[in-house]
Design a protein around this ligand. Structure first.
Ligand SMILES: [Zn+2]
Length: 428
């Protein structure tokens, strides 16, 4: 993870004034669950003062201006007029796959003509079709694509992004993908969390001996990634046609042995017995479209965040995850884009919020919490990201709307007019 605020030279304090509606999401150290998910902590007529990349004060404008004066540095303070718009924590997009070389347009057309995701995968399309181009791409070219993705994310309000490898599927190509993420992260003022997804799918050359590929992930990829400090997490696509639960356990064991956190793609197309993975305390279980009642109840008792990815349901035209049941059971629900070339080619968190509201019946307030504070917890960054409170990183998004519900209401456009990333103001 990179913190740009620590890397740059000192900047003057930044004052965001004339905020019509401020959503602080202040309160509590834990992810939001149940009714709490809808609590945004809304303040009208507000301001936010940022200093040294952190939030110094946030609240009613009069109080914040008083604090700014006390700093005794008025002429040096950089002021930004928010023109009565809505300011909230920048989105934390906790699940993305930005390291790829080309869109998958053939798969897209085939699916429109009736082929299923599995049928496309079985005939050499799907994840495997992205592998060849990533293996042959240069690290510099991959890094450029990742940086372009981060900038797109930023343009619609994202200030922290998780980024996975997973289209290389050799030790060298996975390391190259993670180095591309690191290079792009070094050029972007936002915050990036890297994840090794060497276990995305079994590559064709291991089709007859998947256990050997799992061994390669455990004995080569994970140790190299850990020693080069290229990732914070290890992820597994635990699914029919990808990796089994026992294989996932082996990979998680290796990750733990090397001090890396774990997360997993689970229950996207078929249910899995998630209780078997509980002992690893995964940071998140992602997708959960086919979750059993038993696992749903068990998730409500865990710290593991339930990360829902409606973009993939939309793009594949299949059922959406059971958001209402998860929220009502008390699970910690997050929302992310799942940005990837095969099943969710979008970087727009506002579009994901729209889907969460219209297709999964989350309220606008619930979807905003899920996309900010709970996304931060899914990356184990709940102490520094996801809400606007003194001492946390200055990651903010400004939208040219007077009511926060408009974020979820207008779809397909972009009302984000500026972001602050680790204290750095970037206008759209
Ligand atoms: Zn994914």
């Amino acid at each position: 993870m990179k913190d740009a605020a620590q890397a740059g030279r000192p900047r003057p304090p930044l004052l965001l004034n004339n905020i019509g509606t401020l959503l602080t999401l202040q309160g509590g150290r834990d992810p939001r669950r149940g009714r709490e998910l809808g609590n945004l902590n809304v303040i009208a007529n507000a301001a936010v003062l940022c200093r040294d990349g952190k939030i110094a004060t946030a609240g009613p404008e009069r109080e914040v201006l008083k604090h700014a004066k006390e700093l005794g540095a008025d002429p040096e303070i950089e002021s930004f007029d928010c023109k009565r718009g809505t300011v909230m924590p920048g989105f934390v997009d906790s699940h993305t796959h930005p390291v790829f070389a080309a869109p998958r347009l053939l798969d897209f057309e085939k699916r429109i003509q009736g082929a299923s995701y599995q049928q496309i995968a079985e005939t050499g399309g799907g994840i495997r079709s992205s592998v060849e181009s990533v293996r042959s791409a240069s690290e510099v070219d991959l890094a450029q694509g990742v940086l372009a993705a981060f900038r797109h994310m930023q343009s619609s309000g994202t200030t922290t992004a998780e980024a996975k490898s997973g289209y290389g599927l050799t030790t060298e190509a996975e390391l190259k993908s993670l180095r591309a993420i690191r290079q792009a992260a070094g050029e972007w003022p936002g915050t990036v969390v890297s994840t090794l997804l060497g276990a995305h799918v079994v590559p064709p050359e291991f089709a007859e001996k998947p256990h050997e590929y799992v061994k390669l992930v455990c004995e080569q990829m994970i140790p190299r990634v850990a020693s080069d400090k290229l990732a914070d997490f290890v992820d597994v696509f635990c699914e029919r046609g990808a990796f089994t639960l026992p294989q996932t356990e082996l990979i998680f064991d290796a990750a733990r042995e090397h001090g890396l956190g774990v997360r997993a793609h689970v229950c996207q197309f078929s249910p899995q017995e998630l209780s078997r993975l509980k002992r690893f305390s995964p940071a998140s279980f992602d997708h959960l479209d086919c979750l059993s009642d038993q696992d749903l109840k068990s998730l409500a008792q865990q710290d593991t965040v339930a990360t829902l990815l409606p973009g993939a349901s939309y793009f594949l035209a299949h059922s959406y995850p059971p958001a209402r049941r998860l929220i009502e059971a008390g699970a910690a629900v997050a929302l992310a884009t799942d940005y990837n070339p095969g099943t969710s080619p979008t970087t727009s968190m506002p579009m994901i919020l729209s889907m969460a509201c219209t297709q999964m019946k989350m309220t606008p307030a619930e979807s905003i919490s899920a996309a900010t504070i709970n996304g931060a917890h899914a990356l184990r960054l709940g102490g520094s990201k996801g809400s606007i409170e003194a001492g946390k990183d200055a990651d903010l998004a400004l939208f040219a709307v007077s009511d926060y519900r408009e974020l979820c209401y207008w779809f397909g456009g972009n009302s984000c007019s500026a972001v602050v990333l680790n204290g750095i103001l970037m206008k759209n």
